[in-house]
Design a protein around this ligand. Structure first.
Ligand code: PAF
Length: 290
């Protein structure tokens, strides 16, 4: 039985989701889709608002996908705030929330895993073995279930977005993928569900990520082309805040392979540990002359 609030239909099962999406499509509505793992914040709400600008029906999925966590304690501690999530989703314009159990997503007999390919090998792929295969598999299944016209993903997870664009292209999945700019707090911290696990002092130290990226941005705008110099600008801030770094690396924006010189569209990506919380952030950089 579908649960309906004044604006949000909550589907718990694949059959309920199918019924809700079929009803929207039969009514001639176009469908936007925002996949999430819940713990919604302004960044997710921005994705929903973007979807609602173009689609009368907006599906949000809320599912903490175990197969993309390579660290059991990260999965265990991932924030779960479902009641508030439904309110935030509805307030931003979602019309259908898909909040399934694990068995709905991975029923008995489920056997397929997407191998994400070269774009997934560096950065997050190198530090979180299996993460992108698990993420790609669940996103492919969700895209198949929702059958949206357009799906929206934040650019904070830039490599995730590149992996999704790759398999959607390769597997000819008929949903268009739309990237949406990173939403930041007023002081620059990129919004993330993991931020709610930061202690007050760590919240301050976490600013080193965006501060470093903005310093690199200024250097690039001033004509700096050396990857080493741009990466060092980030590392200096991380070191000053004593944040253990997984990477601060300039990569090609399409392949996510490291580059030595900023001579094309690139992504400067960073991952660092702030107390018990691992954060990622990035900015896109282009040579000043382009
Ligand atoms: O970015 C996320 O929240 C997740 O990786 C996603 C895309 C919802 C897949 O579980």
């Amino acid at each position: 039985m579908l649960a309906t609030t004044s604006t949000l239909t909550v589907a718990r099962t694949v059959d309920e989701l199918r019924a809700a999406v079929d009803a929207a499509k039969s009514a001639g509505l176009s469908v936007g889709f925002v996949p999430t793992m819940g713990a919604l914040h302004e960044g997710h709400q921005t994705l929903v608002r973007e979807a609602a600008k173009d689609h009368a029906a907006v599906v949000i999925s809320i599912f903490v996908n175990p197969s993309q966590f390579n660290d059991a304690s990260d999965l265990e501690n991932y924030p779960r705030t479902e009641a508030a999530d439904f309110e935030r989703a509805a307030a931003a314009g979602a019309t259908i929330a898909f909040a399934p159990s694990c068995d709905e997503i991975y029923p008995a007999g489920f056997a397929t895993t997407i191998s994400a390919g070269a774009v997934a090998e560096q950065l997050e792929g190198a530090h979180r073995p299996g993460h992108f295969d698990g993420m790609a598999t669940v996103v492919a299944r969700l895209l198949g279930l929702v059958r949206a016209d357009v799906a929206y993903f934040g650019r904070k997870d830039a490599q995730q977005l590149a992996v999704i664009e790759q398999f959607v292209r390769d597997l000819v999945i008929p949903t268009r993928i739309q990237g949406v700019e990173t939403v930041r707090e007023a002081d620059g911290l990129a919004m993330s569900s993991r931020n709610m696990r930061l202690a007050q002092a760590d919240r301050q130290r976490a600013l080193a990520l965006s501060r470093g990226l903005f310093a690199a941005q200024r250097l690039a705008d001033g004509g700096e082309h050396s990857a080493r110099a741009l990466e060092t600008a980030v590392q200096v801030e991380l070191d000053a805040a004593a944040l253990p770094t997984d990477y601060a690396t300039l990569v090609d924006a399409a392949t996510f392979l490291p580059v030595d010189v900023l001579d094309r569209e690139c992504v400067l990506a960073v991952a660092a540990h702030v107390g018990p919380v691992r954060l990622i952030d990035n900015i896109r950089l282009a040579p000043a002359s382009v």
